[in-house]
Design a protein around this ligand. Structure first.
Ligand code: ATP
Length: 293
């Protein structure tokens, strides 16, 4: 999907950015740094479920309007934090208005807040004629959150370190995904704090190297260290995985710290059929979306 600049407005006065959700097809927690951040190896895939941001210039100051329930207002919103960093770093003495339309469920493992933050940085940088280069954007992104650098890329990528070492992956099969997001929020910090590092399986980390090969069997490598943590607290989530497989998914997994569960499908028709059945059973919001490449 492309950015749309309304034609009736002066050049570059307003832009619209699309902030995609992500799924983790693989997530291993490989270590804990002294500063409390966890090291990970993860395969991130952006999907065609978007928040939208309409960003315009204004006099100094920030005005953030946000639709959607459960989204923090004011300086707690990552859009606000991203914009503040942008103006502080660039020294630009102007302001912006951002209208955020939330479609990605909040605290659901789909990375919506991080994606909004990255889209804000990209949008402001575009509006002001790109004062920040790639490295500058990446630096601010990492200060905002470990997943934010990935959303600057918006392409399938393997993330290492705390999420800042990114290797884009070419030729990943473009699956259809059925995502079920139950109406509970899971704190990412809580889930990470409960992982027993000594129990995480490091053996299959070498699979990450085969991610670059087009013949990788993705359904076979689906794995997430946080799944057992979140399933321990919310056992009903397991039944969503089972249903997705029964409805024809090639594989199914929890994304991030959950609670969203996704199934992979190799055809839109099968994915839509499964989505329709799952939407009727009210275990959560259902999204049928294509992976972005
Ligand atoms: P992650 O796995 O990146 O921690 P998530 O996908 O589980 O996140 P998000 O929707 O990104 O969840 O929200 C994470 C936290 O960020 C929530 O506690 C929420 O209150 C806060 N937050 C701040 N700004 C936003 C925003 N614009 N949209 C959603 N959540 C936001």
């Amino acid at each position: 999907m492309k950015d749309r600049t309304p034609r009736s407005l002066p050049n570059h006065a307003v832009i619209e950015k699309f902030a995609p959700a992500k799924l983790n097809l693989f997530l291993r927690i490989t270590g804990l740094r002294d500063n409390g951040y966890h090291e990970i190896t993860s395969l991130f895939v952006p999907v065609a479920l978007y928040d939208t941001l309409r960003i315009s210039k204004r006099e100094p100051g920030l005005e953030i309007h946000c639709s959607g329930r459960k989204v923090p207002r004011g300086s707690a919103n990552l859009v606000h934090r991203a914009a503040t960093y942008f103006f502080e770093t660039t020294g630009i003495d102007e302001g912006a208005e951002v209208r955020l339309t939330k479609n990605i469920p909040v605290a659901s493992g789909l990375g919506g807040g991080s994606s909004d933050a990255a889209a804000t940085l990209l949008g402001l940088n575009q509006l002001w004629g790109k004062p920040l280069k790639k490295g500058g954007l990446e630096e601010i992104a990492l200060c905002l959150g470990a997943d934010v650098p990935f959303f600057l890329l918006q392409r399938p990528a393997v993330a290492r370190g705390i999420g800042e070492i990114l290797r884009p992956i070419e030729g990943l099969p473009s699956f259809w995904y059925v995502i079920v997001s139950p109406p509970i929020m899971v704190s990412t910090a809580w889930a990470y704090s409960k992982v027993k590092l000594e129990l995480t399986n490091k053996e299959d980390l070498n699979k990450i190297d085969s991610f670059e090969k087009a013949d990788t069997n993705i359904p076979d490598m689906l794995s997430n260290d946080l799944e057992s943590v979140t399933f321990g607290k919310h056992p009903f989530l397991r039944s969503i995985k089972t249903s997705l497989i029964e409805l024809g998914a090639l594989g199914s997994l929890m994304s991030g710290s959950g609670p969203s569960i996704f199934g992979l499908f190799n055809s839109e028709k099968k994915a839509q059929e499964a989505g329709k059945i799952l939407a009727a059973d009210t275990r959560g919001d259902v999204f049928v979306v294509k992976g972005l490449s």
